[in-house]
Design a protein around this ligand. Structure first.
Ligand code: IPE
Ligand code: IPE
Ligand code: MG
Length: 239
C-alpha cells in the first residue's frame, strides 16, 4: 500500500465514495497500432486491480463508468466486444469471494442481453453480504435518463407535490441507499462528466488526469487522493 508509505505533509483523507470515469481505452490501443478492443481488454484488467486497491486503502464505495447510454453509438463490433468482456468478468468474479466486495449494477438493464442480465443478478445476489467495499458498475447508465426515470416513477406513484424534496428524488435513483461520491476521477484527458452521476455529483470534488485508463496505476489513485486531501470542501459555507 504505497499510499501510506509516502512522506507528505498533507494528512491523507480517504474518500468514502470514489467515482471513476475510465476513459482512454481506444486511444491507448490506437497509439500502439492495436484494435480498440485491446484497449478495452487492458482496461478491464486495470479495473480489477484498481478496485482491489481502493478496497485496500479503505474506500467504502467505488462507482465505475463501464458503458454509457451514449456508447451504443459505437460500432456493433466494439459494443459486442465490451459486452463479451463483461461476460468474462462476471463469470470470473465468482472466483473472488475472498475479495469481500459487494457488486451492484446501476443503469438500464432492459437493453442488455438476457444472459448478461442473469449474470449481473447472480453476481449481485452472491455478493450481497460482502462488506469491505461496495462496487457499483455503471452499465448502460446515464445520469439524465436516471433522473427522467425517477420523475416518471414519482408521477406514477402519485406522490403529492408537498412531499417532493431532494431526499425523495434521491430515493428514486439507482444509488438511493448510498452516499454521494466525494471524489470523481476522469482519466483520458477530457474535462467533462459525460452523463455520469449527474444528480449525485452536485458537490463532488473533480479530478482530471491525462493518463489513459489502461495505463492507470495504484499510484495514480494515490495522486488523486492526495489532491482530494488538499481540497477545501465548503459546501457553500464561508469556512
Ligand atoms: C472508455 O474508453 C471505455 C468506454 C467508453 C466503454 P474509450 O473507448 O472511450 O476510449 P477513447 O476515449 O476513445 O480513447
Ligand atoms: C464516458 O466516456 C463513458 C465511459 C467511460 C464508459 P466516453 O468516451 O463515452 O465519453 P465522451 O464521448 O468522450 O464524452
Ligand atoms: Mg472515450
Amino acid at each position: 500500500m504505497s499510499l501510506f508509505k509516502k512522506k507528505n505533509s498533507t494528512p491523507l483523507l480517504i474518500p468514502n465514495h470514489i467515482g471513476i470515469i475510465m476513459d482512454g481505452n481506444g486511444r491507448w490501443a490506437k497509439k500502439r497500432g492495436m484494435p480498440r478492443s485491446m484497449g478495452h481488454k487492458k482496461g478491464a484488467d486495470v479495473f480489477k486491480s484498481i478496485t482491489r486497491y481502493c478496497r485496500d486503502i479503505g474506500v467504502k464505495y467505488l462507482t465505475v463508468y463501464a458503458f454509457s447510454t451514449e456508447n451504443w453509438k459505437r460500432s456493433n463490433e466494439e459494443v459486442s466486444g465490451i459486452m463479451d468482456l463483461l461476460r468474462e468478468y462476471l463469470k470470473d468474479v465468482k472466483n473472488y469471494t475472498k475479495d469481500n466486495i459487494r457488486v451492484k449494477f446501476i443503469g438500464d438493464r432492459s437493453a442488455l442481453d438476457s444472459d448478461i442480465v442473469a449474470l449481473m443478478e447472480e453476481t449481485e445476489n452472491d455478493s450481497v453480504n460482502f462488506d469491505a467495499m461496495t462496487l457499483n458498475i455503471a452499465l448502460n447508465y446515464g445520469g439524465i435518463p436516471e433522473i427522467v426515470n425517477a420523475v416518471k416513477s414519482i408521477v406514477n406513484y402519485g406522490v403529492s407535490v408537498d412531499n417532493i424534496d431532494a431526499a425523495l428524488i434521491k430515493s428514486y435513483l439507482y444509488t438511493k441507499d448510498e452516499p454521494d461520491p466525494d471524489l470523481i476521477i476522469r482519466t483520458g484527458g477530457e474535462y467533462r462528466l459525460s452523463n455520469f452521476l449527474t444528480y449525485q455529483s452536485a458537490y463532488s470534488e473533480l479530478y482530471f488526469t491525462d493518463v489513459l485508463w489502461p495505463d492507470f496505476k495504484n499510484e495514480d489513485i494515490d495522486k488523486a487522493v492526495l489532491a482530494f486531501s488538499k481540497r477545501n470542501r465548503r459546501f457553500g459555507d464561508a469556512k
